[in-house]
Design a protein around this ligand. Structure first.
Ligand SMILES: [Zn+2]
Length: 491
């Protein structure tokens, strides 16, 4: 992204972006770039993970692949479940879990557990004193330690210890507007992403299991169906819809209601962007003092800027800003969620969203903070933008003008931006904070920022490196976590 400097001085409402192709030097061959963008598009250079669900804890562990087989560290797997220690001695690896003793031997397919043989289906590995067990052995091996049954979903790397499954039903309630109501047997806290035609809930930390049929149909034109699938340590429920829908949570997370994002429109709820593109004189504010029906569920909304036909800046012949922003948004979501901050990612795929739609989702979700993510070839390090609002746009009674929606939250946005800059400096990343009349920041009622990431030096490919992305997103997440109380207390 790039804004011309005259935007700042004249207060022009729309930030202008010039997509400047970078012809200067081919940093990598076209095929290498194509491969990189394929990696970016398909998500992270996907680390395989095992998700474990038990009464004691739900957690996930990285898997390692050796000779085409998936392995997991047995000590790490058992650690959250009881008292465990392990000791390597030459080729032998001894482990004690609660009162169960086991002995493994590097390169051997069999182990001894409580003095009895256990088949591992493939050889046990030792790496730097760490004991690695073939994942395929879990169903047979774990009950020997735990004394109870386990269920292993091998295709999706999900391990259920005991009777911990969370079941759900889904049914349509009302038809004008239609609401799809999910009832879960335990509280859930999925990652939610939206795109035209679908809303996706990804359950990593919850033992959600399939309904009787993986495809549920509801006979509604607006919300025709939902499908269930599992992969890489997660369960995914995808709700198809003919208009944008949003998820809200109630009953401590046991009920998830999917409904059109514009249900508050009649009350002037800012969940609905103005219908006129540009929406100059449109009022679209929240009536102050009106009881908010929507449970504030997502603390943060992370917006992967650009997408679809809007490629953003062309950083190379096949390296596009719109792909980098998705990778950065996912990285930021992971960093925020690991700090206990619930996060909604807008645009988790290559789809088009207008600026009004983005602001509408941010406002309709009642999140405490909105962060737009951009990538750039110009400059070094990170630029953190807050809104420069148009002048002379008075607050009109109970409604907030669409172009000035950011007004009340601006001090909080600026304080958070300053906190982010401090965290980035601490990590030796060059950073600047700026104000610009940016859309959709102007239109967001909550604290709102744009984070634009450039390489530290002149190597553009640094933008694609997960390490660098994480260095930046962890700084942003740390600052947001530190400001959590102030952000959460904002009206
Ligand atoms: Zn951009």
């Amino acid at each position: 992204m790039r804004w011309t400097s005259e935007c700042k001085t004249t207060g022009v409402a729309a930030g202008r972006r010039r997509a400047r192709p970078l012809w200067r030097r081919p940093v990598l061959s076209a095929s290498a770039l194509a491969l990189l963008s394929a990696l970016l598009l398909s998500g992270t250079p996907a680390e395989k993970r095992l998700s474990v669900y038990s009464v004691a804890a739900n957690y996930s562990l990285p898997l390692v692949t050796r000779e085409g087989r998936d392995y997991v560290g047995l000590l790490e797997l058992l650690e959250p479940l009881g008292t465990v220690n392990a000791r390597a001695n030459g080729q032998r690896w001894r482990l004690r879990y609660n009162k169960v003793d086991a002995e493994f031997q590097a390169g051997k397919n069999r182990a001894r557990v409580q003095g009895r043989d256990a088949d591992l289906s493939a050889k046990f590995l030792m790496e730097n004193g760490r004991g690695l067990v073939p994942l395929a052995a879990m169903s047979a091996l774990l009950p020997r330690f735990l004394g109870g049954p386990v269920t292993f979903h091998q295709d999706s790397d999900r391990l259920f210890i005991g009777s911990v499954a969370t079941h759900f039903t889904a049914s349509l309630a009302g038809d004008n507007p239609p609401r799809l109501v999910f009832n879960f047997t335990s509280p859930v806290s999925p990652s939610v992403s939206t795109e035209p035609g679908a809303l996706r809930m990804t359950f990593t930390h919850e033992p959600v299991v399939a309904p009787a049929s993986p495809t549920l149909t509801f006979g509604s034109k607006v919300i025709p169906a939902a499908t269930y699938s599992e992969s890489n340590g997660a369960a995914v429920v995808t709700v198809s819809s003919s208009i944008p829908v949003m998820a809200s949570f109630s009953s401590d997370g046991r009920i998830v209601t999917i409904a059109p994002g514009s249900t508050g429109a009649q009350n002037g709820n800012p969940g609905t962007p103005p219908s006129q593109p540009g929406g100059t004189a449109e009022t679209s504010g929240a009536p102050k003092g009106d009881a908010q029906q929507v449970f504030r569920r997502y603390f943060a909304v992370v917006d992967a800027s650009h997408g679809g036909d809007d490629r953003g800046e062309a950083l190379g012949s096949t390296l596009l800003e719109k792909d980098l922003t998705v990778a950065l948004a996912r990285s930021l979501r992971q960093e925020l969620e690991s700090r206990g901050i619930t996060t909604l990612v807008l645009r988790d795929s290559d789809s088009s969203l207008t600026l009004d739609q983005r602001a509408g989702f941010a406002n309709g979700s009642h999140a405490a903070i909105y962060i737009a993510v951009h990538a750039s070839s110009s400059g070094h390090g990170v630029r953190v933008y807050t809104s420069l609002l148009p002048f002379g746009d008075d607050d009109r009674g109970p409604f907030v003008a669409w172009t000035n929606a950011q007004h009340a939250s601006l001090p909080l946005s600026q304080a958070t931006a300053a906190g982010i800059a401090t965290e980035l400096q601490r990590r030796q990343i060059p950073v600047r904070t700026l104000t610009a009349p940016l859309r959709p920041l102007n239109n967001v009622t909550a604290a709102a920022l744009a984070v634009e990431v450039a390489p530290q030096g002149s190597d553009l490919m640094q933008l694609t490196a997960p390490d660098y992305q994480q260095l930046v997103t962890s700084a942003v997440a740390t600052a947001i976590a530190a400001a959590r109380d102030k952000l959460g207390a904002a009206p």
